[in-house]
Design a protein around this ligand. Structure first.
Ligand code: F6R
Length: 243
């Protein structure tokens, strides 16, 4: 694993946007695996800035998102579909039909099949952006005895519901379920870049970087089994865990 320490959150996001931008520059048909959440927001600002400066062309790119809540409408202000449109897709020259955020308002089984076909036909994302939950989840694969390999419906755990309540009016409004890509789907990606900043993520990053084992109790540890992973963290985390 390649580990990069940047001085602050902004720099973490900038570096991640450069790695994604490089893939887009090298391959105009790139299939990008995208994440939402607070951590990824600035990555999209930097990619949009780079696009507006004429450095990136998304016209032939395709995208797939990691997850979507179940129980809120597609156009809900906190849906991940809305997030992606507002922060990224509406500001670049990507074709909307080439973007995919899981749709959770219709036939979910059909959607899971569609995701499987999409990932397999591309042989995985050319680059997958990941954030990490305070509990070590990647996408919405929560710590548990067993993890899904493929996309499935998952229950969000209490820690995640609490962490995500900052985006809703009250904790009761946070959906309890989501559709999430599985660990196997993520590991099929050709390159993975995981970003994290702020000391609340330190335990997850410690399990990932300081211990040798892989455990379903901390799903991000599965990234140790992938051959092209870059972890970008801020100095705050690196100081906390001593790297
Ligand atoms: C979002 C996702 C999640 C988030 C994680 C961190 O698409 O898959 O795994 O990356 O919950 O969320 P933030 O960045 O809000 O701390």
């Amino acid at each position: 694993m390649n580990v990069i320490v940047m001085k602050n959150a902004d720099e973490v996001c900038k570096r991640a946007s450069e790695l994604i931008g490089n893939v887009v520059k090298e391959n105009k048909n790139a299939f990008l695996g995208l994440a939402t959440g607070g951590t990824a927001e600035k990555v999209y600002s930097y990619l949009v800035e780079d696009y507006k400066n004429g450095n990136l062309d998304f016209s032939n790119c395709e995208t797939i998102n990691l997850d979507e809540y179940i129980g809120i409408s597609e156009d809900h202000p906190q849906s991940y579909g809305t997030y992606m449109n507002e922060r990224f897709f509406n500001h670049i020259n990507i074709k909307k039909e080439n973007t995919y955020v899981p749709v959770t308002t219709g036939d979910i089984q059909k959607e899971l099949k569609k995701i499987d076909e999409m990932i397999n036909s591309h042989g995985g994302a050319d680059i997958q952006l990941l954030g990490v939950g305070v509990n070590g989840h990647i996408a919405f694969n929560e710590p548990s005895e067993k993890l899904n390999s493929k996309a499935n419906v998952v229950d969000l755990n209490e820690e995640t519901i609490k962490a995500n309540s900052r985006f809703f009016n009250s904790i009761d409004e946070v959906p309890k379920k989501a559709l999430s890509l599985g660990i196997g789907d993520i590991l099929k990606s050709k390159k993975i870049v995981l970003i994290a900043f702020g000391k609340e993520k330190k335990d997850a990053i410690k399990e990932l970087l300081k211990n040798d084992f892989i455990t379903t109790n901390c799903p991000c540890t599965f990234l140790k089994a992938h051959r092209d992973v870059t972890i970008i963290i801020d100095k705050e985390i690196s100081d906390e865990i001593g790297i």
